[in-house]
Design a protein. Structure first.
Lengths: 362, 336
């Protein structure tokens, strides 16, 4: 698969690196985006803050967990949305919701960690089930697992409350802050997304991440070198599932309700679309993909009708856009950006070399 | 057969006992004690028959899926869309001409043409890139689903059963005894039996075509080693197009069949796709006998599940899949 580029992100941390070096190495773009995100509540309305950006950050985290598996492990798992939905369900079941006969009303500090733990366990188990087969089978098996979970939530009324699911789930008051407020919730999402991003970048350069990339590129050689390939893959599932589970907790607080539709086939595929459209080669890709997806989803009606088309055809737009990206830029939007930059640099270099020669073309 | 018995004596005995038990259950007149445990015999028998005929439908869809996968390593996640497309086109053709057979033929041709276009325009140019092909099929399935929703709307359609296939037929199985000792026989819709016979015939024809003809030989060689086959001078692209057309056409036919004894509506595409995924995972990817075995197991599991444990019918199918993956990750009938 060309989308999963052989990008070796390994490097040796220089000894005695100062803060200034660390700041400088991030580059200007990173700090501009970081400052913009941090100052977003000053410029954006609550609608934009929560419905667009916070939602993109949550979806981006779920897609990030898929990007980690696909980009570094070569495992395209469709089970990440299911892990997130399971975490959301568990928060509703263990914590508080309007369905009082099921919800256990545990305090936050007990419900959320247990929800994340159980969801991550589920992710790791699905991983253990699917890594036994190779490559492309993973998609089929994880899709089957995801749809089984969907139908389970649809048919089970004792735990998952069937078709209607749970509603009335609100972000808690914690550490003296009411996280229901749009600014507080935005910063909560931003903080979680930033931590998830940082951890993925860190792990991708840590020995575990490097070994995982080794199993992606050549599992047989890694096995011959003494690495436990299956173990690494299951650990990758567990790690990615923790990220997805935290995103699921945020998602259920964002929506205020959870129902089988959250874990349906559509959202499961959407997460894959987000990750692929953004780009599977870099951790920033899923967030870009999520932003594009949320913008399209929110404004496609106006956009399509603006062009004089039927506003109901937004699935068609998503599908066509996805197809075009897959066909022409296997690395997604990030890949397009990188290609443009490369071309720009090459043309500058060639211009510079032409100047050195003196422009004396024969 | 004899080979299997000598290699796996214990399994052969288990299978033989299971088959004997099943036959006894089907033919015997049930005592009140048995009815207390298993419910009415009529319910059991109709679950069995519905399971087998549902398995026949799944086989029609999954055999094309597994052939395409086996030969081209292409996980065609748009296969469910081809099913729904074939069903809708067949419905239109049937409504126009009033003939069920014409509907089948038109559905086969229409789906086959779409399949050929997909192979020639898209997949041919990304050979060997498994994941990219799969992503393309996901994009296609989204586009197809929306286009079909656009042109046919969200209503439920049912293909009309032709006169010569409608109505029930009496089967030689005793369901119960009346108080006067008269036996009540099982009645069953004729169209479902016709579908079962048709699916079995398709399966046998496919087996014959694969194992007794030259093209079938080439296909089998391609499944085993595509590159080597191409190196011997065979025009593999032609075979790919042929198989894609055939597999897609089967999905289209299955759409009409499914539209006859179930119904056609948006969302049916992903449902049938998931069923055939499980069928192929259980049976073994790329194997036609595996698809038959898996289709039978999944169809029976769904029907018996919905009769005996209604809340967890889907979970039963899933548990079977997990069990197979744990014991034989490559599927029941796969060689590797």
């Amino acid at each position: 698969m060309a989308a999963i580029d052989n990008r070796t992100t390994g490097y040796r941390q220089p000894a005695g690196e100062g803060l200034a070096d660390w700041v400088a190495r991030r580059g200007a773009g990173f700090w501009i985006v970081a400052a913009l995100l941090a100052a977003m509540p000053l410029i954006a309305s609550p609608f934009w803050l929560v419905q667009i950006i916070a939602y993109s950050l949550i979806l981006g985290m779920i897609a990030l967990s898929l990007m980690f598996l696909a980009g570094y492990g070569g495992i395209v798992s469709l089970v990440q949305m299911t892990v997130a939905a399971l975490a959301g369900y568990l928060v509703a079941i263990l914590g508080d919701s309007a369905v009082t006969q099921i919800s256990l009303k545990w305090p936050l500090w007990a419900a959320v960690p247990l929800a994340v733990f159980l969801a991550a366990l589920f992710g790791a188990l699905s991983g253990a089930l699917s890594v036994r087969t190779e490559g492309i089978y993973t998609i089929m098996i994880t899709l089957a697992i995801a749809s089984a979970f969907y139908y389970l939530t649809l048919q089970n009324y004792t735990i998952f409350n069937g078709f209607s699911g749970f509603n009335g789930i609100v972000p808690p008051v914690f550490l003296g802050v009411d996280w229901r407020g749009s600014q507080a919730f935005y910063y909560l999402c931003l903080g979680c997304a930033a931590i998830a991003y940082g951890v993925v970048v860190y792990v991708s350069r840590a020995p575990f991440g490097l070994a995982l990339q080794g199993t992606r590129d050549n599992p047989r050689r890694m096995a011959a070198l003494g690495f436990d390939v299956v173990g690494h893959r299951i650990a990758a599932y567990a790690f990615a599932s923790v990220i997805a589970a935290f995103a699921g907790v945020l998602l259920v607080w964002f929506q205020g309700q959870i129902s089988p539709g959250t874990a349906g086939i559509g959202p499961v595929i959407d997460v894959l679309i987000i990750a692929v459209v953004g780009g599977l080669s870099r951790p920033i890709g899923p967030f870009i993909g999520a932003l594009v997806y949320v913008l399209l989803r929110t404004f496609s009606l106006d956009l399509l009708e603006g062009f004089g088309l039927d506003g109901k055809r937004y699935q068609l737009v998503i599908g066509l856009g996805f197809l075009v990206i897959v066909l022409f830029s296997p690395n997604g939007l990030v890949g397009i950006y990188e290609r443009l930059r490369e071309r720009h640099e090459r043309s500058r270099e060639s211009r510079a070399s032409a100047m050195r020669i003196g422009g004396g073309a024969p | 057969m004899a080979d299997f018995i000598s290699r796996r004596p214990i399994w052969s005995i288990v299978i033989a006992i299971a088959v004997a038990l099943l036959l006894a259950l089907v033919f015997a007149v049930w005592s009140p004690g048995m009815e207390a445990v298993l419910g009415r015999k009529r319910v059991f028998l109709s679950a069995l028959f519905n399971g087998v005929t549902l398995g026949a439908l799944y086989f029609l869809v999954a055999s094309g899926f597994t052939l395409i996968f086996g030969l081209m390593r292409n996980v065609n996640l748009a296969h469910g869309s081809l099913y729904l497309f074939g069903g809708y086109v067949g419905y239109s053709a049937g409504a126009l001409t009033g003939s069920w057979l014409v509907a089948l033929l038109v559905a086969f041709l229409a789906a086959a043409i779409v399949g050929v276009l997909m192979q020639v325009l898209l997949f041919r140019w990304m050979e060997g890139e498994d994941l990219r092909q799969t992503l393309v099929t996901i994009g296609l399935s989204i586009i197809f689903a929306d286009l079909l929703l656009w042109s046919y709307g969200g209503d439920t359609f049912q293909v009309t059963t032709p006169d010569w296939l409608s109505g029930p037929v009496q089967l030689p199985f005793v369901v119960a005894l009346r108080s006067n000792g008269e036996a009540v026989m099982m009645t069953y819709p004729l169209v479902r039996i016709a579908i079962l016979v048709g699916a079995v015939a398709t399966g046998v024809l496919m087996w014959l075509a694969l194992n007794r003809t030259r093209v079938g030989m080439l296909v089998r060689a391609g499944v085993d080693d595509r590159d080597m086959l191409a190196a011997t001078g065979v025009r593999v692209q032609l075979i790919f197009i042929l198989i894609f057309a055939f597999g897609a056409g089967l999905a289209g036919v299955a759409g009409v069949v499914g539209g006859t004894f179930q119904s056609l509506q948006p969302g049916e595409d992903s449902k049938i796709l998931l069923s055939s995924l499980v069928v192929v995972i259980v049976g073994g990817m790329g194997s036609i006998p595996g698809a038959a075995m898996g289709a039978l197991i999944v169809g029976l599991a769904e029907q018996f599940g919905s009769v005996y444990m209604p809340t967890y019918a889907v979970m039963l199918t899933f548990i079977i899949m997990v069990a197979v993956l744990t014991v034989r990750p490559q599927g029941l009938a796969a060689r590797r």
